[in-house]
Design a protein. Structure first.
Length: 196
């Protein structure tokens, strides 16, 4: 599996996140690819990571989940992949001292391209479902802790994510009550609920 550093729109490279692109071997029988290789992953991230649990979600077209993150002492790194369908997956740098603070990166992940996105601690994550439905799998480095989870508004004007709503002929996404009542990142900065 090949891996790549990723850039934000201004050209700066994010420190930490990686996009993994597998080598897919196809023939008339079907396909084969390596979906996980611990040695390759540790080499790509230049850090020792242990995953605590795997999660799976089913989301229908137009559903937006996020932007979520988890505070210390149990921040979550996430490795995201789609086993069915297609999503627009987004990460936002919420490390105050980073030169890419408040910048985002978005990429289509699908069962067709089989890309995986590594989102280390210090980043918020969300996605918009583009296909009729999508099944998304997450490997996470810490279990979910309700009291430590935070949500940034999906349409925070300072982050200004270019969600591909026009592909779905929607003005706004389908949101949970929790996601609809997320906070702006500046508000979370003021109360110290981000990363240094």
């Amino acid at each position: 599996m090949n891996y790549y550093s990723i850039n934000c729109e201004d050209g700066n490279i994010f420190s930490g996140p990686k996009l993994f692109k597998p080598e897919i071997h196809k023939d008339k029988r079907g396909y084969f690819f390596e979906s996980w290789n611990n040695e390759n992953f540790q080499k790509a991230t230049q850090k020792e990571h242990t995953f605590a649990q795997d999660n799976e979600s089913l989301s229908f077209q137009g559903v937006l989940r996020g932007l979520h993150y988890q505070l210390n002492p149990q921040p979550q790194g996430k490795l995201i992949k789609v086993t069915y369908g297609k999503i627009f997956d987004v990460l936002v740098d919420i490390r105050k001292s980073s030169n890419t603070f408040m910048k985002y990166y978005g990429v289509e992940l699908s069962d067709d391209n089989k890309f995986q996105l590594w989102i280390p601690k210090g980043f918020a994550h969300g996605f918009l479902t583009l296909s009729e439905y999508a099944i998304v799998n997450y490997k996470v480095t810490n279990p979910w802790e309700k009291n430590l989870e935070r949500t940034i508004l999906w349409n925070d004007g300072e982050i200004n994510i270019n969600w591909p709503m026009s592909k779905l002929n929607l003005d706004k996404p389908k949101l949970s009550k929790k996601d609809a009542s997320g906070k702006e990142l500046r508000e979370l900065v003021k109360i110290g609920e981000i990363f240094e």
